[in-house]
Design a protein. Sequence first.
Length: 157
Amino acid sequence: MSGDLSIRPYQPADAAALSALYEASVRTLGARDYSAAQIDAWASLTPTADALDGRMQDGRTRLVAVMDNIAGFIDVEPDGHIDLLYVSPEAAGLGVARLLLETAEALAPLSGADRLYAEASETARPVFERRGYSVIARRDFEVAGVPIHNWAVEKPL
């Protein structure tokens, strides 16, 4: 990807592209840190376009990063929980996640949040740490019977 990176609000027409981006990110970027069985289990959680669009009813903020096309997205619930943060494999390493987090951090106080927190994958953990998030705990759990883990992270605003 090339071109200028910008952030804009989600539009319902983005839903299918975000669903595809989620799965591509899990399968390509997640494969750096998780086994094939873990990736298959995680990818099984890919929300459909309709499910992604439907989640907007809970008051969350969804921001979309655009370069030549959609490069990533972030979902932040009103209490500051980062539900989703995904970057397309083609845009990995280009500052997309950093800019999405910076923008979410600037906007979160408008909804009354005094912190942002997330369950960061092994792959995303360094991105959060570079933005000043503290690792609170490792979370071990199962998806479709497959053991997997992520990290509870948070940052006061």
